[in-house]
Design a protein. Structure first.
Length: 377
């Protein structure tokens, strides 16, 4: 089993499965098509609004990253690409690879898009249902045929079912681990075995955007497979625990040959702004700050889970900085009711039920969320 549940949550999951929850996904994925309009009146500078919609870190940049970004402004009249080597070397050294195994992007989403263009369009792509909404959205925009396989009864990637769907036209397999929007993980041994079997048939992309938040011991990164020469790309981002969502820094790790293919289609020779690059360098080494954010995320998430249980609301145990829970009323109407109270969430239908995804904010923000929850739900 890919997630750890207490007995109460496990029994609820079984009951929901028996009741037909786990059959079929309706709607247009998790993407909120009205997001642009809905955010116009809620700029990031509006401190009265609690932003629990996009899985951003509420703790911002580390002090060292802030200082590095400020100092970089003095050189922002120069193109930054000559400075890429420092960040790539730091990542490569930590992971036991070479800089030739690393590609930087404006968030890991840029690399995701390149993989769809370079590999997905060679044939067809395969992913879970539901999965990270941007993967589905960009595949549709690129006219990439996308085959979707429902998550299993524990809201985890159904790897056996996915493997059965692989055919001679499959050219890209996408695994989001931990997955968005359910927050579950695939156990390290199971995913490693899957990748080793599937990679000779199609490139496997493992999206590890929430890697730094995972508590479970059964989880493990797939980066060791890159060292073994397996046909795989692992992506990471600075948007989550590093608090750099607005600075747009991410990276991909793969065999040097795959990296060379990606660099040939990267449309901007300097995708990272210099302040973003320098902030990433400083943030990457600030392990104390990362540990502090990790601890605070756990504490606030546990508080939220206790409150959801107190109200009798089913939620999926999460290894990320968000929780997905079910409600017995229209999800989008509920989101609007929260927004009227200054709390931004994401709601969507999932297998004929209504779900709310709430990002883990500070303890104060979670207490405000619970206060509104008690009136709205």
């Amino acid at each position: 089993m890919g997630i750890e549940m207490d007995r109460r949550q496990w029994l609820k999951t079984g009951a929901l499965a028996a009741g037909g929850l786990l059959t079929g996904f309706s709607g247009s994925g998790c993407r909120d098509t009205s997001e642009a309009q809905g955010m116009l009146g809620h700029l990031p500078s509006d401190r009265s609004v609690v932003r629990l919609k996009s899985n951003e870190s509420p703790y911002g940049l580390s002090p060292s990253a802030q200082e590095a970004a400020k100092n970089a402004l003095a050189l922002s009249h120069l193109y930054p690409h000559s400075h890429y080597a420092e960040l790539k070397s730091m990542i490569a050294e930590r992971e036991g690879l070479t800089p030739e195994h690393i590609i930087l992007g404006a968030g890991s989403t840029e690399i995701l898009v390149m993989l769809i263009q370079l590999y997905g369009l060679q044939g067809e792509a395969l992913a879970a249902d539901p999965t990270y909404f941007d993967f589905v959205d960009y595949a549709e925009k690129a006219n990439c045929f996308l085959r979707l396989v429902p998550l299993d009864g524990n809201f985890v990637h159904d790897l056996p079912a996915m493997e059965k769907e692989i055919n001679p036209r499959t050219s890209l397999v996408y695994i989001c681990n931990p997955t968005n929007p359910t927050g579950t993980i695939v156990a390290q041994d199971r995913l490693r075995s899957f990748c080793e079997r599937v990679a000779p048939k199609a490139l496997v992309m493992v999206d590890e955007a929430y890697h730094e938040y995972v508590e479970a011991e059964l989880y493990g990164t797939m980066l060791p497979l890159v060292k073994q020469g397996v046909n795989i790309v692992v992506t990471r981002t600075f948007s989550k625990i590093f608090g750099m969502a607005g600075l747009r820094v991410g990276y991909g790790v793969a065999a040097p040959e795959t990296i060379r293919h990606l660099r040939r289609i990267q449309r901007n020779f300097a995708t990272l702004a210099f302040p973003s690059l320098q902030a990433a360098v400083a943030s990457y080494t600030d392990l104390e700050f990362q540990a502090d954010v990790f601890r605070k995320n756990i504490e606030a998430k546990r508080y939220l889970c206790r409150e959801l249980e107190r109200k009798g609301l089913f939620y999926i145990p999460s290894q990320t900085n968000f929780i997905l829970f079910q409600i017995d009323q229209d999800a989008r109407d509920t989101v609007k009711a929260f927004e009227a109270q200054g709390v931004l969430l994401r709601g969507f239908p999932f297998r004929d039920k209504n779900w709310i995804r709430v990002s883990i904010g500070t303890q104060t923000e979670m207490e405000r969320f619970v206060s509104v929850l008690n009136h709205v739900v």
